[in-house]
Design a protein around this ligand. Sequence first.
Ligand code: PGA
Length: 255
Amino acid sequence: MNPASRRPLVAGNWKMHGSRADAACLINELVARGVGTGSSEAVVCPPFVHLEEARRRLEGSRIGLGAQDACAEEQGGYTGEVSAAMLADAGCRYVIVGHSERRALYAESDDLVARKFLAAGRHALVPILCVGESLAERERDATRTVILRQLDAVLGAAGVPAFGRAVVAYEPVWAIGTGLTASPAQAQEVHALIRGRIAENDATIAASLRVLYGGSVKAANAAELFAMPDVDGGLIGGASLKADEFAAICAAADR
Ligand code: PGA
């Protein structure tokens, strides 16, 4: 179990699913189940167009709001993009940056991810920085190199103090949406690597940094993952669309 100084966080990444009515219904169910009222923190990250609906339904609850991505730029001719300022204005507190689907399907480079991380910080959003290796990278023993490359790109651009108000999510690409989960030991090894890299720069920030695990987390495997000393909660995809599953995962993160 992580130390008391790090409040566990469970964030639901809804990805591109559901209607506005589905979003409303899911949030109502989460609120009714008391999600967010335990000792861990709970956040939902709906699609952009459902943020306003979500914000209204979350009013008075203890569940936070986040977005799935942000533009690196401030404003202007960036058709289709949504800025960090707009997300803050829409009531978001968190924003996911560098999700592997963005990196793989939309060719987001380490440098672009770093600029998104910086944009989030400029508008007082807490970035949830995703890092993770593909199956091919793990098989050729490149996990460590890939994770450190992704992390160093952001550390170099933003500096270690920015991690004082950021979250990192380790999401092995081979575990996302596949039903394959990293074993608790595999997750712990990479989480310790991430925290260790931050500690080389600032031990105090490293000790308080929340490092989430993501990749096929379900109610059935959440507790064993969250029991690892450097796992401070989860970034949940598929299971965050089911109120009972997400509520159970949040409960598993409560001390
Ligand atoms: P999953 O997705 O829980 O469906 O594997 C996790 C994520 O992509 O954040």
